[in-house]
Every structure is written in C-alpha cells, then in structure tokens.
Design a protein around this ligand. Structure first.
Ligand SMILES: *[C@@H]1O[C@H](CO)[C@@H](O)[C@H](O)[C@H]1NC(C)=O
Ligand SMILES: *[C@@H]1O[C@H](CO)[C@@H](O)[C@H](O)[C@H]1NC(C)=O
Ligand SMILES: *[C@@H]1O[C@H](CO)[C@@H](O)[C@H](O)[C@H]1NC(C)=O
Ligand SMILES: *[C@@H]1O[C@H](CO)[C@@H](O)[C@H](O)[C@H]1NC(C)=O
Ligand SMILES: *[C@@H]1O[C@H](CO)[C@@H](O)[C@H](O)[C@H]1NC(C)=O
Length: 359
C-alpha cells in the first residue's frame, strides 16, 4: 500500500509539473531587427519553435522555425533578412511580405472600378525585362499596432492591426486590416480580417503572402494538392495573365524541380484549381519535399485562398536557396480580370487563413 501511494504521489507530481510546464510553454516577446525595427516573437519555450513578425514593417513574417510533426527535428522554414534592417526596408525580394490589398501585379497600375479609372504607382518599372506594373500592394513601410494577444496551454496568438484611413494614390478606399499570428502544436497560421471602413462605397480586394521556403530547390519536390486537377495561368511578357489557362499535370510528385544547384528550373508561375469548391479542396495544401533534409514543409490555404504562385528564382537572382510558394486569394491582376476578386461593400468584412507546418 505504501509503495502504491508513493507511486501515486509521484505520478500526480509529474502530472502537476507537466501541467505547470504546459502552462508556461508559450510566450510572446519583444525583439528588433538590427536594433531599429520593432518586432515580436511568438515562441514555444519547450520546443524552441518560434515565429517572428516585423511590427514596424508591414507585419511581414521575418522568421519561422518549426519542428517536424513526425520526427521532432527542427527546421528553419523561411528565408530571413539576417537581422539587417537596411535589407528589410529595401524590401528587394518581398521576403515574408503580406501582399494586400492586391497581390502580384496590376497591369500598368491601371484599373477601372465602377464609374472611375485608377492609376496606382508603377513600382515595377524595368527595361530588362520590360515590365510596368503595380506590384504587391500597400504594406511595405507600414507600422502596425499590437491590438491583442492570447496565450493558452496549447497556443499563442498575437494580433496586429493597421488602419488605411487616408486615400492613397490609385487606391482611395479606407479599410482596416487585422492579422492574427498563431503558433500552436499544429504549426504556424495567420488569420486575416479586412473591413471596408467606408459607409457605402465599395472597394476591390485580394491578397497574398510571399514566403520563401528554405530548401535545396533543384532537388525539392513541389507538389500541388491532389484534391483537384490544376490549370496553369498563362502570363504575357509583362507578367500579367492573358486569360488563357491550360490544364497542367506537372508538380505532381514524380520529379523534383530540377535544373542545377545554382540554376534550378525557373518557375514564376501561377496555378488555379479546376475544382476549387470540391469538398476535398476545402483546405488546399502544397507540399515541398526536400530530398536533402527528407522533410516536407506544407503550406495550407483555406477556402478564401484558392490560387498558388510558385517562384524558384531566389538562387539565381540573389543566391539564397529557396522556393517561394505564395497563397493568393485572387489571380494576379484581379482588379482587371476579376478572377477571384473580392468586392467589399461599405462596412463589409472579408476573412481568410493560411498556415505552415513541417510534416
Ligand atoms: C544589409 O543589407 C544591405 C542592403 O541589402 C546591404 O547593402 C548590406 O551589405 C547588408 N549588411 C550586412 C552587414 O550584410
Ligand atoms: C456611378 O455613377 C452613377 C451615375 O452618376 C451614380 O448614381 C452611382 O452612385 C455611381 N456609383 C459609384 C460606386 O460611384
Ligand atoms: C518608368 O521609368 C521611367 C524611367 O526609368 C520613367 O520615365 C517613367 O515615368 C516611369 N513610369 C512610371 C509609370 O512610373
Ligand atoms: C485573434 O487574436 C485575438 C487576440 O489575440 C483573439 O481574441 C481572437 O479570438 C483571435 N481571432 C481569430 C479569428 O483568431
Ligand atoms: C507528372 O509530371 C511530369 C512532369 O513533371 C509529367 O511528365 C508526368 O506526365 C506527370 N504525370 C501525370 C500522371 O500526369
């Protein structure tokens, strides 16, 4: 009997300790980029997993470290700016940027919406190759505000907000963005709510994210979700969709990206599900299986995010090995082609989520 109660006491002590460590497992801490830009880190103090977002620069996801769900092995998931604030502000490659209220390109920065014509600043204006577009939205340079946080025994989440309360060139609509960053046992996820702040006027909206997944690109299998067949979106030389799509059977797991270590096969390509509303596609998952680490990073997108853009140019353009897989809620240039464009009426709220885990 003595032995039994001793064992019981030990068991309940272990239980209490486990609960105590669970209770303190997550934390959210202040940090900086190069001592200059305010950032927040959501971390799991038991597993050392964390996600870092730059509050002072568009809420971009600067760093993500996750453990494999199956092996527990830790992985640095995304490319970072190596604590270099100058590089963050320069934003040359859009690493981890949130792309809204449009993602990818608006051709020549021009669009029409109801009765009016709009001209956005053309921030992609190059001669070689010749391109003239408004690229990737309005988040660069925005200082967000921390508007909430929540820590439970199984997750931690941080809420950042930004009010677009002044008319901007080519986008005179006012709206609020609320972003939740959550770290939990199932990985990292982001949830967006976007609210039209005008009383009766509509606004055009779609968004995306630009994470670069660290991998040995030419040896990595990028696999589109098998819940649907896929269409490949044809782009013109200005990188804007022509409207033509073609059934696409690649990125199916039969072969890696290919090419060479310094020059992986080039993709800057957009894919659209043929059956976006099939029940199996409720959540669309794109897998990146890296032969070198035997790990698979998974990007999932909820039903608000139906398109996937794949970009393999990081090694050839700036010598960092990675593949960008970008969730998008609408097609590139949706202000003009209206493909999966959201029109928010006065006061209306849009929401959507995506996330990442390591299998
Ligand atoms: C930081 O980034 C800037 C801009 O890309 C670059 O010129 C500079 O060399 C970087 N600094 C360091 C210490 O790497
Ligand atoms: C468009 O113009 C018509 C006629 O001038 C006007 O009644 C309507 O309110 C306008 N709509 C918007 C969204 O500006
Ligand atoms: C694009 O750049 C050229 C020169 O580099 C400039 O003349 C032109 O005004 C720019 N276009 C826009 C729309 O910014
Ligand atoms: C967002 O985060 C806030 C505070 O952290 C929390 O109260 C709210 O429930 C979260 N909302 C969603 C949709 O995750
Ligand atoms: C899978 O993709 C490869 C190209 O990457 C292609 O040759 C092959 O036909 C595809 N398989 C199927 C079943 O579509």
């Amino acid at each position: 009997m003595g032995r039994c109660s001793k064992a019981l006491r030990l068991a309940s002590l272990i239980f209490i300790l486990a609960r105590a460590s669970n209770a303190t497992r997550y934390s959210i801490v202040d940090t900086t980029i190069g001592g200059v830009l305010a950032a927040k880190r959501i971390q799991n103090d038991d597993t050392s997993e964390y996600v870092e977002t730059i509050v002072d620069y568009g809420g971009r996801v600067e760093d993500l470290v996750l453990n494999s769900r199956t092996t527990g092995v830790q992985r640095k998931v995304l490319l970072t700016h190596h604590d270099n604030a100058t590089a963050v502000l320069e934003n040359k490659w859009w690493k981890g940027m949130l792309l809204l209220p449009w993602a990818n390109r608006i051709a020549y920065g021009k669009y029409e919406f109801f009765n009016a014509s709009y001209q956005l600043p053309v921030n992609e204006n190059t001669t070689d190759p010749p391109r003239h577009n408004a690229l990737h939205g309005l988040m660069p340079g925005r200082k967000l505000t921390v508007t909430g946080s929540q820590i439970t025994t199984s997750s931690a989440s941080l809420q950042l907000s930004y009010h677009f309360d002044k008319p901007l060139p080519g986008y005179p609509f006012t709206f609020d963005v609320v972003i939740n960053y959550t770290l939990s046992e199932s990985g990292f996820s982001m949830h967006f709510t976007v609210t039209n702040r005008m009383e009766s006027f509509p606004m055009p909206f779609y968004m995306g994210w630009h994470p670069y997944f660290v991998c040995t690109a030419y040896k990595t299998y990028v696999v589109l979700d098998k819940c649907t067949t896929w269409n490949h979106v044809e782009l013109n030389t200005n990188m804007d969709p022509t409207g033509i799509t073609k059934l696409y059977h690649g990125l199916n797991g039969s072969q890696p990206i290919g090419g060479t270590e310094t020059n992986p096969t080039f993709f800057d390509d957009e894919f659209k599900p043929v059956s976006p509303d099939s029940p199996e596609c409720n959540v669309i998952q794109t897998r990146l299986y890296d032969v070198d680490t035997s790990q698979t990073a998974v990007l999932w997108q909820d039903s608000s995010f139906r398109l996937v853009h794949v970009f393999t140019g990081s090694e050839s353009l700036f010598h960092e090995d990675a593949i960008a897989v970008e969730p998008m809620s609408g097609m590139a240039d949706a202000y003009n082609n209206h493909d999966h464009l959201s029109v928010l009426s006065g006061g209306e709220t849009w929401s959507g989520s995506f996330g990442v885990y390591v299998e």
